[in-house]
Design a binder for this molecule. Structure first.
Ligand code: BTN
Length: 312
């Protein structure tokens, strides 16, 4: 990457990594397999045609400078689920600020029993470990704050993108889902041990099955996005939201207010709520002090604790 436009001989690369030309050839083939665009062969030398948009720690670290994530970046080409990886690492004592990034997930998990489509290098799949000094009842607010962080990261890269937040954790563009957030935790009754916030963003996908109701940033804007730039912005905005929540007395109310201001779903939306085996309908009436969605029904105001919110 330091010589992206020039042809570098296999011998020179072999010398630099103290290896053989045949090993260089094997590694180049491996890179090509992951989507890196390398021209050439052992006889002519190699040329990186373009700097790959891979979520590598050495590329992201400068963008995450000064955040709690700076020194905890872990990158994988292919994993089952970055959330599963992060939950296991957290249980084994991984520190706050550890980040697990993957180019591809083979068993990406969504909320409830849903899966998360995670094709190679088109989306961004990122899970972070947090160890907040908060009671479990505040974790929903943290999860809502993660949605605000995604919104701010997307708009930092392209301020023209209009984002809508759907309670609790969907990030929508043009009414279609562009990002999902899966927040998981391990807690005692009054104290969180650790939280994993898993964020999946549809970045450069060219199409989706219609029934998914999804879109990508590329589909929404008509141009390719740099995942590196986006994830760098995301780590910064997540850090900002998290510090505020953990350190500022009024932060909870501020986050709930900001979420409602940025969500067309918070007030006056006719919705159908599907929770466990049951469903009900009504009109949204904002969030309560803990961050749960309030819905007015013919039988009074109901609090949505989990479940799926759909427009009626
Ligand atoms: C949702 O259902 O909307 C939540 C989707 C969360 C997907 C992300 S991708 C990174 C992390 N790893 C997972 O397996 N899931 C989350």
């Amino acid at each position: 990457m330091e010589n992206a436009t020039v042809v570098v001989s296999g011998t020179k690369i072999a010398e630099e990594i103290s290896s053989s030309r045949s090993e260089v050839w094997r590694l180049i083939q491996q890179l090509r397999g992951t989507g890196v665009d390398v021209a050439g062969h052992p006889a002519t030398g190699y040329q990186l045609r373009s700097v790959p948009d891979l979520l590598l720690p050495e590329i992201l670290r400068p963008l995450a400078r000064g955040t709690i994530f700076e020194s905890g970046l872990h990158h994988f080409y292919k994993v089952g689920s970055t959330n599963t990886l992060a939950m296991t690492a957290a249980a084994d004592g991984a520190p706050e600020g550890s980040v697990f990034l993957a180019e591809e997930q083979t068993a990406g998990r969504g909320r409830g029993a849903n899966s998360w489509q995670s094709p190679r290098s088109t989306g961004s799949y990122c899970s972070v470990i947090l160890r907040p000094p908060l009671p479990p009842s505040d974790v929903l607010v943290l999860s809502l704050a993660a949605g605000l962080a995604v919104q701010s990261a997307i708009q930092q890269v392209d301020s023209r993108v209009q984002i809508d937040l759907k309670w609790p954790n969907d990030v929508l563009v043009n009414g279609r889902k562009v990002c999902g957030i899966l927040t998981e935790m391990n807690a005692e009754a009054t104290r969180v041990r650790y939280i994993v916030v898993g964020i999946g963003i549809n970045v450069n996908q060219a199409s989706f099955p219609k029934e998914l109701g999804a879109t990508s940033l590329r589909l929404a804007t008509g141009s390719e996005w740099s995942r590196v730039e986006l994830v760098g912005a995301l780590l910064k905005s997540l850090d900002r939201e998290y510090r505020q929540l953990a350190g500022d007395r009024d932060a909870k109310e501020v986050i709930l207010r900001r979420f409602a201001e940025n969500s067309s779903w918070a007030f006056g939306k006719r919705v159908r709520i599907e929770e466990n085996e049951s469903a009900f309908e009504g009109t949204t009436e904002g969030l309560d002090a803990r961050g749960f969605l309030q819905v007015r029904t013919p039988y009074g105001v109901q609090t949505v604790l989990s479940g799926t919110v759909r427009e009626r």
